[in-house]
Ligand binder design. Structure first.
Ligand SMILES: [Zn+2]
Length: 239
């Protein structure tokens, strides 16, 4: 990496790009790819860094389109103050699927090569940007809400072969992700419409406690889970 840095620095100086910003831009793209693409649509800006030269251009376009289609909807519903500028990095050295920190999303090109229809990883990660929880919040709640958003606002879940698993004994709301998301969809459809909005807001404000369930619904989360376990039927539709 150091050798690359020196070569790039020399190249940058040779062609007269001496501003630090330009040099750091070159460092980010030491694979020879162009720097970040900056795309702005309707008040939202996406900086898209591709560190994987072979990354499929159609997948790239679909990720960008998904972001601009879904993120503003999530912002409007949950957190109008969420970031207007977001950074995506396609990172071949990252061995997970996708992850978000602040307004930065890292996505694995290897995952998308193997699962090119899994475009709604964007919908899940974008919801994490909207959540912007800076106080301690149970992981199952954070991930359950992100998958609730993916179910509700996803644009390619059907083709991506992504669904909420049927209820089965042995599941628990702390399982997180899709198991928790199905419970949340059930709550929204069974007399607790708006509960996800309230939980999300409380989590962002640092006001989430286990007692909030009783305050919002008159029942504990365990009591609600029991209700769900007794009648888990749910009509689900996927886009
Ligand atoms: Zn997540």
């Amino acid at each position: 990496m150091k050798a690359i840095l020196i070569v790039l620095l020399a190249a940058a100086l040779a062609v007269g790009f001496t501003q630090p910003a330009r040099i750091s831009g070159l460092l980010v793209t030491s694979y020879g790819a162009p720097g970040a693409d900056t795309i702005t649509r309707e008040g939202y800006t996406l900086l898209f860094y591709n560190l994987h030269p072979g990354f499929d251009t159609s997948t790239r376009r679909r990720l960008i389109d998904a972001f601009f289609q879904v993120y503003p909807i999530e912002v409007r519903r949950f957190n109008a103050k969420a970031a207007r500028k977001v950074i995506f990095t396609i990172d071949p050295n990252y061995d997970g699927v996708a992850e978000t920190s602040g307004n930065r999303v890292r996505i694995s090109p290897l995952w998308l090569k193997a699962h090119p229809e899994d475009i709604d990883v964007v919908t899940h990660e974008a919801m994490h940007i909207v959540q912007n929880y800076t106080h301690p919040v149970p992981g199952w709640l954070t991930e359950g809400i992100a998958d609730y958003a993916r179910y509700t606002y996803g644009i390619n879940n059907h083709n991506g072969n992504w669904w909420l698993p049927d209820f089965s004994a042995g599941q628990h709301y702390t399982n997180a992700y899709r198991v928790t998301a199905r419970f949340f969809v059930w709550l929204e459809k069974n007399q607790h419409s708006g509960i996800i909005d309230s939980l999300d807001k409380a989590a962002r404000a640092g006001e989430y406690t286990p007692q909030i369930w009783t305050k919002l619904t008159g029942k504990t989360v365990d009591g609600l889970w029991q209700d769900y376990s007794a009648h888990p039927q749910l009509e689900l539709t996927y886009r």
